[in-house]
Design a protein around this ligand. Structure first.
Ligand SMILES: [Zn+2]
Length: 586
């Protein structure tokens, strides 16, 4: 009975009271009446349950990771970035070849189909909209006509999945950053009705105060997609983002490339949409505003305040796009290595990498029309496959299961991981963690590694542990202004509450000057990022890729072996989604 009495007392009324103390109290009450008992003096605080003893990795892991070699990493990159794959554009022949090749490779490595219906593929439809814009976009400003030239001054695409998108005699309104963020007491719209207008908006988010929008670290508010989503939500007809390299995080050449050719999306489902999302260069916008009697710098200065209100510019415009629509199918490829623990095998460490790239340039006169996407992201796919090989090489399966999700259509807006997250093969609460690979370190061995998403979860400690074994330090996003956490597939896993990181190259290279690493990465980005020249070349150095793959393997194995799953940092923007996902589990 005693035991019973004690347990009931403790658990129902004072869950935090330690068993030992409750026993004393009940005994007292039974023996001598209420008044006589005083709590024993100087009691230690109730002990929280002893921390689970971490399950360390043994020699089996060391032996298994030896399968991760430069040759094993190079082969899939050479395969998938070959011209024969045509740049792996979504829904293309190259896309289908990639999917087939991935299924063969995962089968050969020893994985099983990962979808509940026993298949490898998670197919979904996407709609490609290719817009034919007029060579000139005309504006009426200050009684004059101002013309912007397609490609050189502006790019635009269709916001609707219809054969025609159009803006007619719409007025331009400058809306600063175009952000509504109640948590920062920031509202660039102040109740202004912008329906039917064309918004002129700055990219990025306020970056001058660490307390405001986390200073230089770009939040989702600072992403171009947020600008268009907000404009659509408020009923605008169109939105023009002013391009500057610092506020975009890349040159206008990337905008030109990414916004030419078919733009793929998941099929429209009645959500609000603008007719025409567009970009102009800073110079073109300066020219246009000056014709209307406005100064861009003065407008931007006025936007750096909570008191900012939208500025009608007195400039009007019309634009019509004729669109070619194509509805195609692509697919995520999902494989599983079933875990060994009766209970924990129903939980998964999921590795992700996008298998798609930009396909072929629509410019038929171009010398090299194929976006081979060797670094972006055949290299990420290859690292994940190499880790899969290491898991399959273990004499005993890890306790939790290992899932590999090669997601599609990332370049079109993280579409594959978005579809996966909305239709997960297992409940979101069963994912212990997501480790995403996008790109790779092709410049040699470094003394550090970058964790995109550092500071957001207990995954940091895991990476620090195993990077430490490699005598490497773990650094947060080295380009926080670029908003990388929101620019690759881990973002969609995080959105459904899965603690997620993107393991990226460090910048502090062995036997190199301190700045050498950043210079190499920035030089590569300026020349090859999203360009046909992103190809596998002999200059690639493999030590760093091997080390980053071994690191990812050891981190995932460690997570798969622990009693408890990783957690978000208390108060993190994705913590609530995690709690909801765990609460939803049966
Ligand atoms: Zn990528």
């Amino acid at each position: 009975m005693l035991r019973q009495a004690v347990r009931t007392f403790r658990t129902t009324r004072f869950p935090e009271i330690s068993t030992r103390w409750a026993t004393t109290l009940v005994a007292c009450l039974l023996l001598s009446g209420a008044g006589a008992c005083a709590p024993p003096a100087a009691e230690d605080p109730p002990a929280s349950p002893p921390p689970a003893v971490p399950v360390e990795l043994g020699p089996d892991a060391d032996a298994a990771q030896a399968v991760i070699t430069p040759e094993v990493l190079r082969a899939p990159i050479a395969e998938l970035s070959a011209d024969a794959y045509g740049g792996r554009g979504p829904g293309s022949d190259g896309d289908r070849m990639t999917q087939e090749w991935l299924v063969k490779e995962l089968t050969a490595i020893g994985f099983e189909p990962g979808m509940p219906d026993g298949s490898w593929e998670q197919p979904f439809d996407i709609v490609g909209v290719e817009s034919k814009a007029t060579p000139v976009w005309s504006f009426q400003a200050g009684g004059k006509q101002v013309d912007l030239a397609w490609h050189d001054d502006y790019v635009a695409s269709s916001g609707v999945q219809e054969e025609r998108a159009a803006i007619k005699d719409a007025e331009l309104v400058f809306v600063g950053y175009g952000i509504q963020a109640p948590e920062y007491d920031w509202d660039d719209f102040q109740g202004t009705d912008v329906s039917g207008k064309v918004l002129v908006v700055m990219n990025n988010d306020p970056d001058w105060d660490p307390e405001l929008f986390e200073g230089t670290r770009r939040l989702y508010y600072g992403r171009w997609s947020y600008k268009y989503e907000k404009a659509a939500e408020l009923g605008a007809a169109g939105a023009i983002i002013i391009h500057t390299t610092p506020s975009a995080g890349y040159g206008f050449n990337v905008v030109q490339t990414s916004w030419t050719g078919p733009q793929f999306e998941v099929p429209a489902a009645g959500e609000p949409r603008i007719q025409i999302p567009a970009w102009t260069t800073e110079d073109a916008m300066k020219r246009l505003l000056a014709a209307g009697g406005h100064d861009l710098d003065a407008l931007r200065e006025s936007a750096r305040s909570r008191d900012f209100v939208p500025v009608p510019l007195g400039i009007t415009t019309s634009l019509e796009l004729t669109n070619t629509l194509q509805r195609v199918k692509t697919a995520n490829i999902v494989g599983v290595l079933r875990g060994s623990d009766a209970k924990l095998a129903d939980e998964y460490v999921v590795y992700s990498a996008h298998h798609d790239h930009l396909g072929m340039s629509s410019d038929k006169s171009a010398e090299d029309r194929i976006y081979n996407g060797a670094l972006d992201n055949a290299a990420g796919v290859s690292q994940v496959l190499a880790m899969g090989r290491a898991f399959a090489a273990l004499p005993e399966r890890p306790r939790r299961s290992i899932m590999i999700a090669m997601v599609a259509a990332e370049e079109s807006g993280l579409l594959g991981s978005s579809y996966f997250a909305k239709n997960p093969p297992v409940a979101a609460g069963r994912f212990a963690a997501n480790i995403n690979y996008d790109g790779a370190n092709i410049w040699g061995m470094n003394r550090d590694v970058t964790v995109i998403g550092k500071g957001k979860s207990t995954l940091d400690g895991v990476v620090e542990k195993f990077a430490g074994e490699q005598a490497r330090t773990v650094k947060p996003d080295q380009f926080p202004d670029r908003g990388f956490f929101y620019r690759s597939d881990q973002f969609n896993f995080a959105k459904i509450g899965v603690p997620a990181i993107y393991l990226d190259t460090g910048t502090d290279f062995v036997d190199r000057e301190a700045e050498w690493g950043r210079e190499q990465i920035e030089a590569w980005e300026a020349v090859h990022y999203h360009q046909p020249s992103d190809e596998l070349v002999d200059e690639w150095v493999w030590d760093g890729i091997v080390a980053d793959s071994v690191l990812g393997f050891r981190c995932g194995l460690y997570i798969a072996q622990q009693d408890a799953m990783p957690t978000w940092t208390p108060g993190d923007e994705f913590e609530a989604a995690r709690q909801a996902a765990l609460a939803a589990l049966p």
